[in-house]
Design a protein around this ligand. Structure first.
Ligand code: DQA
Length: 143
């Protein structure tokens, strides 16, 4: 069973980007952690990152067409992309919204997620472990 782990803008910069907020581990470390967790759960994990909204929309359409579960860190798109929300609303399998930090504990503009209402659920604030927890949620939710 296949799962997409989709990451939005600036997440390729993990490790150098605001390490006080996002930690010292790199995107490669995150990808390895997700694939390793997938192996333990019997899931084939496809980890992707883009800074391009159109590319992210294409991946979400692909997931909807293939009934593929998704772990999604929409990054800054979380807070303003109605296009992402509309793409997620088309989903045909569970989708878990994840955040490394806890956006509710940060700046006001991060308090609102325009995608949360169309996700299956949200996991935020556990660092890279947020992804591990989300993959466990997918493993336990998928039929
Ligand atoms: C983030 C939180 C967002 O507010 C921010 O724009 C990001 C990362 C997180 O994982 O904590 O880029 O999604």
């Amino acid at each position: 069973r296949s799962v997409y782990v989709l990451n939005g803008p600036n997440l390729s910069r993990l490790g150098t980007r605001e390490p006080d907020v996002y930690g010292a581990e790199t995107f490669a470390d995150l990808a390895a952690l997700c694939r390793e967790t997938g192996r333990e759960l019997g899931l084939s994990v496809d980890v992707r990152q883009t800074d391009d909204e159109a590319e992210m929309l294409g991946w979400l359409h692909e997931a909807a067409d293939g009934r593929v579960p998704v772990v999604l860190n929409p990054a800054a798109f979380t807070h303003y992309s109605y296009a992402l929300r509309d793409a997620i609303a088309q989903r045909t399998a569970p989708l878990v919204e994840v955040h490394i930090s806890n956006p509710a504990a940060r700046e006001e503009f991060r308090h609102n997620s325009v995608v949360a209402a169309v996700a299956t659920g949200t996991i935020a604030g556990f660092g890279l472990r947020s992804y591990v927890l989300a993959l466990h949620a997918i493993a336990e939710t998928s039929e």
